[in-house]
Design a protein. Structure first.
Lengths: 347, 297, 272
């Protein structure tokens, strides 16, 4: 029996594999490449289908997309800021403040993007540029419950046991909780009324999700029938055949912009600008807005109609009239809110 | 041997060579070095970061530990986490020991099949197992649909996101860790002991509690330790099956590290968890040694 | 004199029988459920599934749709093979040094090498991330391999030490007294005897690496996406039923591997 050979072979094979992996085409970070994060789920599908080919065709740049939530992106870059694992950030307003404060974002130079002229001035600054608009509201299962009208309905007895609440870990969660708080006398900086309301309602809770994207799963599984979330989530799930509809709260829907930034010390900075420029282009924005992706455009040349339902939003002007929160004020308060949420909802 | 050893054969060592056993100590050096570099050093760094006073990693002090100790919420999170471990051990032992006994008494042919079943959770991915429990415990899942079909309930039960659901799923996931050491020890027991016990008139229960279990204690203990340690740190299961209302140490660590970016406090939580598990394990080990002395004299 | 079957005997058999049935059920049902769910026709995780189809398997094997999953699976494989190989080399050497000897330092080393099984691996994952980031090393596959070795080597150590403890020392003494060098003795006497133990440990270590979440969660990056993290993402963010198909494939592959390993090294005997 060739027994010693077997072990030697194993060791050699292992060593060979190890050697090979180090020889594999390393992320050479040479020209023609960019590593970009994108939100997992519908965003990733949209970007893979639309942005990747567009960037290759118009800029001859290969994109490696990596699915990461906004906060996870910041976490990864924080962990290796001198050699960041990707070149751009795709962030919601909350994480933007965190990343900016920590010095992770490179100064944005709008002049390097040809398509910047297609955007209103308010959509970009020296930190980054908006690439999509998000609308936050209430989602419900029309087959199982009545259509809720506003934030207060979430606590209505007829929805007891069916409502899902997610915490301050996400932008849409924070915004929704702020709006809920406003219904009971609070404000953008004072969410105490929301906590009090939650406490009263807790015995009738449906489900609480701390993981931001668990909302999709829980809704699909029928663990909850009413919740608050982005319109994008709703339209994606609906496109998959899930029974779900979006409702603009009667007190006004919330809107915020998802932005692209260049990471400080990004290895492929030039390609990063090319990538951003492509995302802002009229063709890409139009394609991303079409079903099933439904990412609302920020480009003047891409009207929101007819892709978006008329009862949702008719034009960019109307979008600007939705409720916007100032995240520079909210961000410092959020850590405290998250920790308080932990304590209040705990079983 | 494929050929006879001849004088001058290179395989023959000089007679002066020491016995092989004495020279082998250095063989542990590579792994020891590896552990120092890639296991102990990171943990030391973790401890060091837990001593920083601000999230920006400035200053040194016990601020983070004071912060942890000062808030009863933190203690209750730790306590609940350890308790989940204990409950999982209890459930796993209660149903695992009988299965182990069944295995020992099973006919030879069936044993490999039983062993395969026992090892099954280890061989399926943790995400797979968690996913399975989502399907089983969900509102529209196996248990609820079965109970509804049988007419036992009219409205679906909440099984997911409860402590009961979590403990049951964890016990499946950790069962092999309990059973493998247990079976390993039980299979080395002298079978005549059981026969002697029966011949002396002891009933099955008595034999179990007076002979079999005490003698299997080392394996049982090892199993309990592994199940405890593993279930306490089972991040994926706790988060998906336990749900958002169950704040346990692994999630707490994760939230502090990746949502709040408070590395020092996250490191502190990690250190506290480490020390707590180590304390429980050491205590159990010490008790085990004491009991082993009792059994073997 | 044969004992009569007493009430005690009966209750013993009933209670233990019931409890072990519960255990078996709990062990088997989840796996069966996953396999059946992977054949569901619908987009949700309803059980029993409303209709059966192979659509999720075909979606999984579609190179365009599931390219990310394939990459992640490949990465997991590469990392697991490398980590296992390194662990076998380091672990076998250490086992030789430690086994059978009860000096203070062998016991200390034994405890140290076993500690990853006991210590919260999530904390270690965070520590590893902080460590590599302090050293300014970008996340990559080799780093992931390094992180995995620490958490899987205990398995190899355990089985190898167990094998060594069953080795007849007399054989080794005979060999050396016949004039064989230490290396020769190792190659020709020790290694064949402990090879099954090493392979069993290597198998478990390999599975542990493929399955590892707590270290991979922290060390994963764009270039080294691994299967469990990818599946976790899929599950949490979009309830992608392809997760069920991946699970089906994993179960099937592992089952085959176990059967093969059993033939080669009597795996089932080794573990018990």
């Amino acid at each position: 029996m060739s027994t010693p050979a077997l072990t030697r072979r194993t060791l050699l094979a292992g060593g060979a594999v190890l050697a090979t992996t180090t020889l594999l085409p390393r992320p050479a970070r040479a020209a023609g490449r960019i590593i970009a994060p994108v939100y997992p789920g519908p965003w990733e599908e949209a970007y893979r289908a639309v942005v990747l080919p567009a960037v290759k065709k118009t800029q001859d740049v290969d994109t490696v997309l990596t699915p990461l939530l906004a906060l996870d992106q910041v976490a990864k870059v924080k962990a290796s800021r001198s050699t960041p694992p990707f070149d751009v950030f795709l962030l919601d307003p909350g994480p933007v403040v965190v990343a900016a404060e920590d010095g992770l974002i490179d100064k944005f130079d709008p002049s390097r993007c040809k398509n910047i002229g297609n955007l209103q001035k308010s959509f970009y600054d020296d930190s980054g540029v908006a690439v999509a608009a998000q609308i936050v509201g209430i989602a419900y299962n029309p087959k199982k419950v009545e259509r809720p009208k506003g934030w207060k309905d979430l606590f209505d007895p007829k929805y007891y046991g069916k409502v899902g609440i997610s915490g301050f870990g996400t932008t849409f969660g924070t915004s929704s909780l702020i709006e809920i708080s406003k219904q009971y006398g609070g404000s953008m900086t004072n969410v105490d009324p929301a906590f009090e309301q939650l406490k009263k309602w807790l015995p009738h809770v449906g489900v609480i999700a701390q993981n931001p994207v668990a909302v999709n799963t829980l809704f699909q599984q029928g663990q909850m029938d009413v919740t608050y979330t982005n319109y994008q989530t709703v339209s994606t799930l609906k496109g998959r055949g899930v029974d779900i509809e979006f409702v603009k709260p009667d007190t006004g829907p919330i809107a915020f912009y998802t932005t692209l930034h260049v990471v400080k010390n990004a290895p492929n900075k030039d390609n990063a600008y090319k990538y951003i420029d492509t995302v802002l282009s009229t063709e890409v924005q139009a394609a991303l807005q079409k079903p099933p992706y439904n990412l609302l455009s920020v480009n003047k040349n891409v009207p929101l109609q007819p892709d978006m339902p008329t009862d949702l939003v008719k034009s960019h002007a109307e979008l600007a009239s939705f409720i916007h929160h100032d995240w520079r004020i909210i961000a410092p308060l959020r850590a405290g809110w998250i920790e308080r949420f932990n304590k209040e909802i705990r079983q | 041997m494929d050929r006879a050893l001849q004088q001058g054969d290179p395989a023959i060592a000089t007679p002066r060579a020491r016995a092989p056993r004495e020279r082998e100590g250095w063989l542990a050096l590579p792994l020891a070095l590896y552990f120092c570099l890639f296991f102990l050093a990171p943990l030391a760094l973790l401890a060091g970061i837990s001593l920083r006073t601000t999230p920006q990693l400035e200053g040194f002090g016990l601020v983070q530990y004071a912060k942890f100790a000062g808030d009863p919420f933190n203690w209750s999170v730790l306590w609940q986490t350890l308790l989940i471990g204990v409950k999982t051990v209890a459930l796993t032992a209660c149903i695992g020991i009988p299965l182990g006994l069944l295995f020992m008494d099973a006919p030879r042919r069936l044993q490999p099949i039983l062993l395969f079943i026992i090892v099954l959770p280890l061989l399926t991915s943790v995400v797979v197992r968690t996913f399975a429990w989502m399907v089983i415990l969900g509102r529209d899942g196996l248990v609820n649909n079965a109970l509804t079909a049988l007419g036992v309930i009219t409205a679906p039960l909440r099984l997911l996101h409860t402590e009961l659901g979590l403990v049951v799923s964890l016990s499946q996931i950790e069962m092999p860790l309990m059973l493998l050491p247990l079976i390993s020890v039980m299979s080395r027991l002298d079978p005549h002991l059981k026969d002697a016990s029966a011949a002396l008139g002891a009933g099955r229960w008595r034999t179990l509690f007076r002979v079999t279990l005490p003698l299997s204690l080392p394996g049982l203990l090892a199993g309990c330790l592994l199940v405890f340690a593993s279930s306490v740190t089972a991040f994926v299961s706790q988060t998906i099956i336990g749900g958002g209302r169950m704040i346990l140490m692994p999630f707490y660590l994760w939230q502090q590290a990746t949502t709040l970016f408070n590395w020092p406090f996250a490191a502190t939580i990690g250190m506290v968890l480490l020390v707590a598990v180590l304390a429980v394990v050491t205590t159990l080990n010490a008790l085990g040694r004491r009991s082993r002395a009792l059994v073997h004299g | 004199m044969a004992r009569q079957t007493t009430a005690g005997d009966l209750s013993y058999r009933v209670v233990l029988g019931l409890l072990s049935m519960v255990a078996l059920l709990i062990l088997i049902v989840p796996v069966v459920v996953v396999i059946i769910t992977s054949f569901t026709d619908s987009r949700s995780l309803r059980f029993p599934p409303p209709a059966l189809s192979l659509r999720w398997y075909s979606a999984l094997f579609d190179p365009v749709q599931s390219a990310q999953i394939h990459t992640a699976a490949w990465n997991s494989l590469v990392i697991a093979v490398s980590a296992t190989a390194i662990s076998v080399a380091l672990g076998t050497a250490a086992a030789l040094a430690i086994s059978g000897r009860r000096t203070w330092w062998t016991q200390a080393l034994d405890a140290l090498f076993m500690s990853p099984l006991i210590l919260p691996t999530l904390a270690f994952g965070l520590a590893a991330l902080m460590f590599f980031s302090t050293l300014r090393l970008p996340l990559s596959i080799p780093l992931m391999i390094l992180g995995h070795v620490a958490v899987i080597v205990p398995f190899i150590l355990r089985t190898t030490i167990a094998s060594l403890s069953q080795l007849d020392r007399g054989l080794l003494d005979t060999s050396s007294s016949l004039g064989a060098s230490a290396i020769y003795t190792f190659r020709r006497v020790t290694l064949p005897a402990i090879r099954p133990g090493i392979l069993a440990g290597a198998f478990i270590a390999f599975m542990a690496s493929v399955d590892n979440v707590s270290v991979s969660l922290f060390l994963a990056g764009p270039e080294n996406d691994v299967l469990p993290i990818r599946m976790w993402n899929m599950l949490e963010s979009q309830l992608d039923v392809r997760t069920a198909a991946v699970s089906g494939v994993l179960i099937f592959t592992t089952a085959i591997l176990v059967v093969v390993m059993d033939r080669i090294v009597g795996l089932t005997r080794r573990i018990s």
